[in-house]
Ligand binder design. Structure first.
Ligand SMILES: C[S@@+](CC[C@H](N)C(=O)[O-])C[C@H]1O[C@@H](n2cnc3c(N)ncnc32)[C@H](O)[C@@H]1O
Length: 326
């Protein structure tokens, strides 16, 4: 049975977190099964499945791009590890309770259901799924059915997580929403948390737990140094800090307050690096360059400085992106 094969492959990923080759080969094998089961390859030629979908704030990925996330190997392996560990932790905290999970943005492969549920009984975990892209949702439903995992899914919602009112929201132990890109560009992780966190119980755990956009400065490389020394200079955005201001009645702001970094002074720098630090759960982080989500932006600093101040702000309307002015 394919579900048992997926269970074995999932377990292999969990048991080999530090072995990249095993992770890559195992995810490639899972991908092969998912391709065969969904026939997604046939859809790859269709323009409709390449177009991003607008949300109330931000853009949602096309079916094809969302499917490709599975192959962001370390991302998938670390999120899987975090999800399974968190379910086990919640089981210990709530013995004899079904662990309810709200999955906002499942994509066509719904990997954090299809790779996770074979490791549990349907009497232990129940998912509600939300996806804005109707083609991705149809594909996810088909895959869940083919893998005989329908018993694990309590509800399917084709809707926008930025505005969605979650039925019976307080019952959820976990919210899972990997709806982000490096520098929190375009996708709606921030507006989704703004909308959903006030609806959920205070103890509801979130995956990813937080995203921090961090600026660092590097010094010119000295002789004998392999890598440039660097120092962290400012947190540009701490998502969980910002979404604390959402109480369910306050509208999503057009932008968050700007933060200014002053480069004047005696020290000379080589570059400024802006990192996207993804805190998945507990001690699981996506480190710089481990995934497309944690690719750094590096900008050269040219002297003499025309303007020593660099100001960053995160815009939420009309587009969702980090902006810079000086
Ligand atoms: C980065 S993909 C991840 C897919 C899959 N969960 C995974 O981890 O491989 C994000 C998914 O969330 C969906 N999505 C993004 N914004 C959304 C929104 N506001 N409401 C509902 N779904 C959304 C996209 O359509 C896409 O399928």
């Amino acid at each position: 049975m394919l579900r048992n094969t997926i269970k074995e492959l999932s377990t292999k990923i969990l048991n080999n977190q530090s072995d990249f080759d095993t992770i890559k080969n195992t995810i490639d094998e899972i991908h092969k099964h998912y391709l065969e089961t969904t026939n997604i390859g046939e859809l790859e030629k269709s323009m409709q499945h390449l177009a991003a979908v607008p949300t109330a704030s931000g853009m949602a990925l096309s079916l094809n791009h969302a499917a490709a996330c599975l192959l962001d190997y370390k991302r998938t392996a670390k999120f899987l590890d975090a999800m399974v560990s968190l379910i086990r932790k919640k089981q210990q905290e709530h013995p004899n309770e079904i662990i309810n999970i709200f999955y906002a943005g499942c994509g066509p492969y719904a990997p954090f259901i299809t790779l996770v549920t074979p490791l549990f009984e349907a009497s232990e975990v129940q998912f509600s799924i939300l996806e804005i892209n109707a083609s991705s949702m149809q594909m996810a439903e088909k895959l869940i059915k083919e893998l005989q995992l329908t018993d694990y899914v309590a509800a399917y919602h084709t809707s926008d997580a930025v505005t969605f009112q979650i039925p019976d929201a307080k019952k959820y132990h976990i919210l899972f929403s990997e709806t982000l890109d490096a520098l929190l560009y375009r996708e709606s992780y921030v507006p989704i948390l703004w909308n959903m966190l006030p609806q959920l119980s205070e103890n509801c755990a979130i995956i990813p737990n937080n995203v921090i956009i961090q600026a660092s400065l590097t010094y010119p490389k000295q002789e004998g140094e392999d890598v440039k020394k660097e120092k962290e200079i400012a947190v540009i955005l701490d998502v969980r800090e910002k979404v604390k201001n959402s109480d369910g009645n306050t509208a999503l702001p057009e932008k968050f307050e700007p933060i200014t970094i002053n480069l004047a002074g005696d020290e000379k720098y080589s570059t400024m690096i802006v990192d996207t630090k993804v805190h998945i759960q507990d001690d699981i982080w996506l480190n710089r360059n481990e995934s497309s989500l944690s690719l750094p932006l590096e900008m050269e600093i040219a002297y003499p400085l025309d303007a020593p101040n660099v100001t960053f702000f995160y815009e939420l309307k009309p587009s969702v992106e980090l902006k810079l002015k000086n």
